[in-house]
Design a protein around this ligand. Structure first.
Ligand code: URA
Length: 215
């Protein structure tokens, strides 16, 4: 499935903490890490697995192996994604990692196109192999402008088997824009909000994820 919304009480309750304006920086960051872990497990559940037979100390047993766990690349869209990536790494401890420093140019959001200008200041992404699953982590999928730029950078490094964009809140417009690509990535998020405000922020959203996590 291309769009995966984690409509589950535990994930939603953690997102509720993130959304509240009364949540302090420490609780915010910890909650983002927890959601990263849950989203990671959800992604892992949808990776290809094969049935195997193994031997326990007593007998033979059927089991499952997920080979793709060794072929994960996580791209951290700095700075806001850092606590989300910390959680994802609990689900994918063997992941290779890339970083992209991206900044939206505030005040450039255009409602008619749904786009905002984004500057990429630095990127370092490992070479992508055909068997890789690439997870682009950006906690807020708002206009989609940032993740689409990051997606281009990833695809310039190779053609992965799977590409996933993981966020905690997405906007309807951002989701539609990403899914309208010729080769759309999968999207994992916890909830989808209806609106973007005039600055291109998600409403009700949770505010600026970077500011709230880093103080
Ligand atoms: N980035 C954020 O941190 N929050 C939004 O609502 C949109 C982009």
């Amino acid at each position: 499935m291309l769009l995966n919304v984690l409509n589950k009480p535990l994930a939603r309750s953690i997102l509720t903490v993130l959304r509240s304006k009364d949540t302090d920086q420490i609780s915010f960051r910890k909650s983002m890490v927890r959601l990263g872990r849950l989203l990671g497990y959800e992604i892992a559940d949808n990776l290809t697995h094969t049935e195997i037979e193994i031997e326990t100390p007593l007998s033979k047993a059927r089991g499952v192996v997920i080979k793709d766990l060794d072929n994960i690349v996580i791209v951290n869209v700095l700075r806001a994604a850092t606590p989300l990536v910390e959680g994802l790494l609990k689900a994918f401890p063997a992941a290779r990692q890339g970083v992209v420093v991206a900044k939206r140019q505030e005040g450039t959001f255009k409602r008619d196109t749904g786009r905002i200008d984004v500057d990429i200041y630095y990127s370092k992404i490992p070479d992508i192999k055909p068997e890789d699953a690439v997870i682009i982590a950006d906690p807020m999928l708002a206009t989609g402008s940032t993740v689409l730029k990051v997606l281009e950078l990833v695809r310039s490094k190779g053609s992965p088997k799977t590409t996933v964009i993981v966020s905690v809140i997405a906007s309807k417009d951002g989701v539609n824009r990403v899914l309208s690509l010729d080769h759309p990535p999968n999207i994992y998020t916890v909830e989808i909000d209806d609106e973007l405000n005039d600055m291109g922020y998600i409403v009700p959203g949770l505010g600026d994820a970077g500011d709230r996590a880093f103080g």
